[in-house]
Each structure stands twice: as structure tokens, then as C-alpha cells.
Design a protein around this ligand. Structure first.
Ligand SMILES: C[S@@+](CC[C@H](N)C(=O)[O-])C[C@H]1O[C@@H](n2cnc3c(N)ncnc32)[C@H](O)[C@@H]1O
Length: 190
């Protein structure tokens, strides 16, 4: 995402909590001759001064793996007034239909509660994910100083080709009927 922004003339700072992921990013920067700042840090508690950035963007990064009750206010803090926040994450309905087992795809049945959505853990897996219901996202964003500008609910086109490994997360037929991914767009109030 940062490479995409840098090629368009932005001055991105790629933030990741993982030293190994940053080492991979550095290798790719060298391979593609595209240097930009990389910063090891936790999106829940950033070391940047207030109002340092015009855009905060997360594509299945901190927006999914960090606690939104911490990273959303932190994104608001480091953005300038009028700055934009955009993040892409799993669709809320898909999370409600996602079985515990990695071997099973979401079906047309709700298998978990909508009320109280927040922390998701998977049996036998070390990772923790965070997903909120729509009202909770809107209240958290607005309460942190953002105006919600859009919610894009992504839908594959008719005749799309399933792409591994993503076809192991959700089936094409499912994704044609319900949103499996959401892009939230918000702007910090001036
Ligand atoms: C699925 S990857 C996607 C990241 C990015 N879009 C990319 O393509 O490289 C998720 C990343 O989020 C990072 N991450 C997880 N928790 C984080 C946190 N609290 N703060 C910053 N980065 C975090 C992980 O280390 C991982 O590199």
C-alpha cells in the first residue's frame, strides 16, 4: 500500500509491529528501487507527534489485528484536521457466518452473535482479530473525532475467477450474495 502511494508522489511511512515484516519490506524496497520510511511500532500507541499525517490507511493491517478502541483514537490523534482514514477489512456479515474451523467456508447461517462483536479468537490459532458491528464502528469513529464518509461493500463481478488462497476464506457464490469485505472511509473533523 505504501509503495502504491509512494509511486503516486506521497511520502508514506509504513508502520508495522513486526520486525520481520519490515525486513521483508526493506528487501522489496531494494528490489524495486522504491525507498520510503518504515517504522516499527504498534498502531495502538504510536510515537508520532499529534497531527503529523494527512492520510492513515490500513489494508488488513492494524485495522484488523489491533484493538479498534485503541487504534482509532490513535489514528485520529496523528491525523491533521481534515485528514482521511481509510481501512479495508473483512465484512461484518461474513464474520458472523465464519465457522471456527479453517477447513469450512462461511455459509448462509449466522454462527456467532452480532451483539458484543469485538475480539475474535480461533481454536488452536495464536492470533487475535477485532471486528465490530456497524453501530459500534460508527460510534467509535464519530466519538474519536471522525465523520464517516462512506462504507464500500465489495462485491466480486459476475464471472469472477476464484483466486487461491482467498477462495479458502470465502466462496465466490457467497461473496456475490453478501459483502465479504468492507472499506471504511472517514475524515477527521476540522
Ligand atoms: C495481513 S498483513 C497486511 C499488511 C499490509 N497491508 C501488507 O500488505 O503488508 C497484517 C500486518 O499487520 C501487522 N500488525 C499486526 N498488529 C499490528 C499493530 N498492532 N500495529 C501495527 N501493525 C500490526 C502485522 O505485523 C502484519 O504485517
Amino acid at each position: 500500500m505504501s509503495a502504491w502511494l509512494a509511486r503516486r508522489g506521497a511520502r508514506p511511512v509504513g508502520v508495522d509491529i513486526s520486525r520481520e515484516q519490515l525486513a521483508t519490506a526493506r528487501r522489496l524496497q531494494e528490489r524495486h528501487g522504491l525507498p520510503f520510511a518504515l517504522h516499527e511500532g504498534n498502531a495502538e500507541h504510536l510515537s508520532f507527534p499529534d497531527e503529523s499525517f494527512d492520510l492513515a490507511i490500513s489494508e488488513y493491517g492494524a485495522c484488523l489485528w489491533a484493538d479498534p478502541r485503541l487504534w482509532v483514537p490513535e489514528a485520529a490523534r496523528v491525523l491533521r484536521p481534515g485528514g482521511r482514514l481509510t481501512f479495508l477489512t473483512n465484512g461484518t456479515i461474513m464474520m458472523l457466518c465464519a465457522p471456527d474451523s479453517d477447513d469450512e467456508l462461511p455459509t448462509d447461517r449466522l454462527v456467532r452473535d452480532y451483539f458484543g462483536m469485538h475480539r475474535f479468537e480461533w481454536p488452536g490459532a495464536p492470533e487475535v482479530e477485532f471486528h465490530l458491528g456497524y453501530g459500534d464502528w460508527i460510534r467509535l469513529l464519530r466519538g474519536s473525532g471522525f465523520e464517516v464518509e462512506d462504507l464500500l461493500e465489495l462485491r466480486p463481478p459476475a464471472g469472477a475467477t476464484p483466486i487461491p488462497p482467498f477462495d479458502g476464506i470465502v466462496g465466490l457464490e457467497w461473496a456475490r450474495r453478501w459483502p465479504c469485505e468492507e472499506v471504511w472511509k472517514a475524515r477527521k473533523r476540522a
